[in-house]
Ligand binder design. Structure first.
Ligand code: G3P
Ligand code: MG
Length: 244
């Protein structure tokens, strides 16, 4: 991963301005200048991988119910832009549709795997298959809070970079990083300290922070030497790119 191209990642797109985890939202983030996007993938009950944060439709759409109890055809008339009343209809996108869009746009992808109640083996296999078919780019990292998912990804496709997401940096992060052959650590920026930042960088890992919406916090983290951040406000942070 080229760190200078990964400085600012739109978190679920640009959810301060557009519906999160939707094709239209991703296009909006890209139009604002995002060169990398963080987004979440999970499975429907029929095992279709879809881009969605929650395990239910309730928060973001005009529908309801658990994704694990729905099939792709059940989503036909579900509008996932319910939090933006003036925004046109947006479906819950399939992972494939998003991968095709980001490949066309040349945008980097930080794909967070949220397994919810599915097994790590099943969701990892399905997601890795999709990436190998539809996202032939070196601007890619798969990330997860779930160590089992990362272990499966390592087994299935060691060539795809892996990032461990954590809230507070776990005390055993170095052994996890070795075991999972991580390339990056993704920390909640509120809890990270300078000593941890230096340790992670000294060990040769990339360090990304989420979800950074505050300029003072961003400046402190950049000053310590993080490689990038995920933000809901691409429009406010885009100036952090090296070449802008
Ligand atoms: O990738 C980091 C961040 O997205 C993790 O939190 O809940 O927004 O997916 P969440
Ligand atoms: Mg996420």
């Amino acid at each position: 991963m080229n760190s200078s191209a990964a400085r600012v990642m739109g978190h679920r797109g640009v959810p301060s301005l557009a519906p999160e985890n939707t094709l239209g939202g991703f296009i909006k983030a890209i139009e604002l200048g995002a060169r990398w996007l963080e987004l979440d993938v999970t499975l429907l009950g029929d095992l279709t991988p879809v881009v969605h944060h929650d395990n239910s439709l309730d928060r973001c759409s005009d529908g309801s119910g658990l994704l694990s109890q729905l099939a792709l055809k059940d989503l036909d008339n579900i509008n996932n832009a319910a939090l933006f009343p003036d925004w046109p209809f947006e479906p819950v996108p399939t992972l494939k549709d998003v991968l095709v869009l980001l490949m066309q746009k040349g945008v980097g992808l930080n794909l967070e795997i949220k397994r919810h109640q599915f097994s790590s083996a099943l969701i990892s296999q399905i997601v890795v298959d999709q990436l190998l078919q539809h996202f032939l780019s070196d601007k890619l990292v798969v990330s997860s809070f779930d160590v089992e998912v990362l272990a499966e990804c390592l087994r299935l496709a060691p060539e795809i970079p892996r990032g461990l997401i954590c809230s507070r940096l776990p005390s055993d992060w170095q052994s996890l990083a070795l075991e999972l052959e991580l390339t990056s650590i993704h920390c909640d920026g509120r809890y990270l300290n300078q000593a941890q930042t230096l340790a992670i960088k000294d060990q040769g890992y990339r360090l990304f922070c989420w979800t950074i919406n505050d300029a003072l916090l961003a400046d402190r983290l950049w000053g310590w030497g993080i490689d990038g951040l995920m933000t809901d406000y691409v429009q406010d942070f885009i100036h952090y790119y090296d070449d802008q």
